[in-house]
Write a protein that binds this ligand. Structure first.
Ligand SMILES: NC(=O)c1ccc[n+]([C@@H]2O[C@H](COP(=O)([O-])OP(=O)(O)OC[C@H]3O[C@@H](n4cnc5c(N)ncnc54)[C@H](O)[C@@H]3O)[C@@H](O)[C@H]2O)c1
Length: 292
């Protein structure tokens, strides 16, 4: 089925970025969130991201105008998905929330629509079990910040059809992203590897083997990572990192047990950039530009 309209459910860090990429690729894009305030912030963020794209010469002003025309918002999921051939769910990393939404997709989506989740780690097989047409369920794992990051991991559950993969591959191509295909397994490729790296970085910090700045510097300059693992954890959100590690610990074993320091930070509300404090402190200005 040709994709003309994409519905993005959840307008947080990821949903707004996915809506940006979708509208820029020429898809009619409907962005939905249960929070009206979140939705307004998301549209402002998308406009600002387009402004930055134009000023850096990455986005043609004509494409920016067309993209903003393609973008609409909805405040009810049933309305958002009605016309969509592809639905991308980007609500928090809670299995219950995802199951609830996929049940709604199953009831109200257009016949033949593909249902995808942007989950960082959860089982697509389990999510798809609440739907009738499991061959049209897939994981589409985008990366933060979506406008800049080139990869989409496509997660293939046992029943995901080749046609569904081909359609999502084409959507990725039009969004100017590269795609890898992974069999459904906890954390896929990227979250599984990066969870171990960041957990190890927290273990180094906790045992006072090096400072946070030196741990990050060592991985940037010595291992050629574009960002240090602690900076990256602050960008992703320490709560998100913690949830991913907890899930990998339950499903893959002891080596993924979340570092006690990471747990303490999350319990203290040190969630990273979005809360103004994580491993590092962030001035008010930076928090606003991250959220808006
Ligand atoms: N943050 C990252 O770097 C990152 C990277 C890749 C994947 N992910 C995954 O993407 C998903 C979203 O993460 P995020 O960081 O964007 O979360 P977020 O908390 O920034 O945003 C989630 C949004 O979903 C909304 N929401 C909650 N319940 C909803 C519902 N029933 N219907 C509609 N909207 C609802 C919230 O109001 C919020 O705006 C998670 O599964 C996460 O694991 C996150």
């Amino acid at each position: 089925m040709e994709v003309k309209t994409i519905a993005v459910i959840g307008a947080g860090t990821m949903g707004r970025g996915i809506a940006y990429a979708s509208a820029l690729a020429g898809y009619r894009t409907v962005l939905e969130d249960i929070s009206e305030a979140r939705l307004e912030q998301a549209v402002a963020w998308i406009e600002k991201a387009f402004d930055e794209g134009v000023s850096r010469g990455k986005v043609d002003p004509v494409d920016r105008l067309a993209a903003m025309k393609h973008l609409t918002t909805a405040s009810k999921v049933e309305n958002a998905i009605r016309e969509a051939e592809l639905i991308i769910e980007a609500v928090p990393e809670e299995m219950e929330m995802k199951l609830e939404l996929f049940t709604i997709f199953d009831k109200f989506a257009k016949a033949g629509a593909i249902f995808s989740s942007n989950t960082s780690s959860l089982s697509i097989t389990e999510i798809s079990e609440v739907t009738v047409y499991r061959e049209r369920c897939i994981g589409m794992h985008f990366f933060n910040p979506v406008p800049k990051m080139k990869l989409i991991e496509l997660i293939k559950a046992p029943q995901t059809s080749d046609e569904t993969i081909a359609t999502c591959r084409e959507v990725g191509r039009r969004m100017n992203k590269d795609v890898v295909v992974v069999k459904d397994s906890p954390g896929f490729i990227t979250s599984r590897v990066s969870a171990l790296i960041s957990n190890e970085a927290f273990a180094l910090l906790e045992t006072d083997i090096a400072s946070a700045r030196d741990i990050d510097k060592a991985l940037r300059l010595g291992l050629n990572h574009p960002m240090g693992p602690l900076e990256l954890a602050d960008l992703v959100g320490l709560d998100v990192c913690f949830k991913v590690l907890e899930y990998l610990h339950q499903t893959l074993g002891e080596k993924y047990k979340p570092s006690p320091l990471l747990q303490t930070y999350v319990e203290e509300g040190r969630l990273g950039r979005k809360s103004g404090r994580g491993v590092y402190d962030y001035p008010q200005q930076e928090i606003l530009s991250h959220m808006k």
